[in-house]
Each structure stands twice: as structure tokens, then as C-alpha cells.
Design a binder for this molecule. Structure first.
Ligand code: UDP
Length: 238
């Protein structure tokens, strides 16, 4: 499929988004820029844009084959992908299998603590407010999603967790937690949007526990590029 790349619609922390000659399609262009702590820490991770583009597309394609609708249309270069145009539901949907990061801090659970069941969290996407955590009541009271949309988003998030965890385990990657975002298409369907990558997931080596994700950047653990490359290598063989 060939659509023409037109004007830039938006530039975020890790991606640029362009309009195309088809009003229903956008082109996402992944950058090497990295930020953490709500933009307080800034840097670049060489080739991150390539890894995130390819890893996200690979995982979304796999999810699509297992019945999860996604925005993925076609990868057109190392860093660029055609996606369906959606209105993003302003929620960060976080799924957790093992305690880490902000959950460990907030609840005093040592990182690596296996929890008795999966935890689903929502944060309201608002940079100025620092993406505060909200519950179902806030979401419905603020009309961020309808009850039907929220049910669908929760069901998809838990299904995505089951599919991804099982798939990644075969590549000796343990899925600790991840953040996803959903969008509404022009006909009102809820689909998986944004990205699934080492920027948005915690991936630990199943055997050694080594961190293979953005925590290497957040916490200055070194070999950030190597960790991103390792994830791409294990999943895509590249
Ligand atoms: N996460 C993300 N973007 C955010 C916040 C979190 O992609 O703005 C991901 C993060 O990479 C991790 C999961 O969501 O895989 C849970 O993150 P946590 O709440 O522990 O946040 P942290 O403060 O550690 O970023």
C-alpha cells in the first residue's frame, strides 16, 4: 500500500505523527529520543526508533492474529509505519504481573515480588498533572470512556497480557508489566494503538533476571542500546 506522507500532525517524546493522503491513515515515525520521569530526564538511545518500530509491529501483528484489533497497517521503513487514525482514549492502561517501579514504591513491595493475581491500573493521560492514577469511577465520572468501552479495554488488556506473557516466555523474556493505549476508530470501535516496546514494557531475562528495557536508561544501568537490540534479536532474529 502506498500513501503519501503529508504534514506533521504532532511530535511526541518518542514519535512523530504525520497525516497522509488517506484521511483514515497516519504515518508514525519513531525517534531515538528518550525521556523519563515525566520529561525530567532526557537522552538518546541509538537505534531505539528502529527497535521500537519493529518490535511493536511484530507484537501487534501477533496479537492481531490472536484476535486483538490493533492500529497496525503496514511497516514502510525501519522507523516508519502506517497506522489507522484513531482518537486516543486518554488513559494509560497498565498491566502488572510482578511488582516493580511505581507499584513497588507505593505499596512497599520489593521489586520482583510475584503477586497473587494480575493487577490492572489506569492513569489519566495528562502531562501537566503527571498522569495521575484513576479508578473506574473517575473514568466514568469524567467521561473518559463509556462503561462499554472501559469493559472492552479491560478485557483486551488482560487478554493481551496472557498472549504476550506466553509468547515472550518462549524467547526467555519475562513480562513484568507494561503500558498500553487504546483508540477509537471513526466507526467507534476500540483498537490497540500507540506501541508495545522496551520503552513501554518491563522485560526481564527469564534466567538471569537482567533488565532488558527502559529501566536501563531510567536508572543509568548501562548498555541501554544492547538491551534494546537484544529484545529485537530474540523476537525478530535481527
Ligand atoms: N510506563 C510507560 N509510560 C509511562 C509510565 C509507565 O510506558 O508514562 C510503563 C513502564 O515502562 C512499565 C509500566 O508502564 O512497564 C509500569 O510503570 P510504573 O507505573 O512502574 O512507572 P515508572 O514510574 O516505573 O515509569
Amino acid at each position: 500500500m502506498k500513501v503519501q506522507k503529508l504534514n506533521q500532525l504532532y511530535e511526541g517524546k518518542a514519535k512523530k505523527v504525520f497525516e497522509t493522503s488517506d484521511p483514515e491513515l497516519l504515518i508514525v515515525d519513531y525517534k531515538d529520543d528518550a525521556t523519563a520521569f515525566n520529561g525530567l530526564k532526557k537522552g538518546t538511545i541509538e537505534s531505539k526508533g528502529i527497535v521500537n518500530n519493529k518490535v511493536s509491529n511484530f507484537l501487534m501483528k501477533m496479537l492481531e492474529e490472536k484476535g486483538i484489533p490493533t492500529h497496525l497497517v503496514e511497516e514502510i521503513s525501519d522507523r516508519e509505519t502506517i497506522v489507522k487514525r484513531v482518537t486516543i482514549v486518554p488513559l494509560e492502561v497498565i498491566v502488572r504481573n510482578i511488582a516493580a517501579g511505581s507499584l513497588s514504591k507505593r505499596l512497599g513491595l520489593p521489586e520482583g515480588t510475584k503477586m497473587k493475581r494480575t493487577v490492572l491500573e489506569f492513569c489519566y493521560k495528562d502531562d501537566a498533572l503527571g498522569d495521575p492514577m484513576v479508578n473506574e469511577y473517575h473514568i466514568l465520572a469524567m467521561d473518559l470512556a463509556t462503561p462499554e468501552e472501559l469493559q472492552r479495554i479491560s478485557d483486551y488488556a488482560l487478554a493481551i497480557n496472557r498472549i504476550l506473557s506466553e509468547f515472550l516466555a518462549q524467547a526467555k523474556i519475562e513480562l513484568i508489566d507494561f503500558k498500553i493505549e487504546f483508540g477509537r476508530t471513526s466507526d467507534g470501535a476500540i483498537i490497540l494503538a500507540d506501541e508495545i516496546s522496551p520503552d513501554t514494557c518491563r522485560f526481564w531475562d527469564s534466567e538471569t533476571g537482567e533488565k532488558l528495557d527502559k529501566d536501563r536508561f531510567r536508572r543509568d544501568l548501562g548498555n541501554v542500546e544492547g538491551a534494546y537490540r537484544e529484545i529485537m534479536h530474540r523476537l525478530l532474529g535481527l
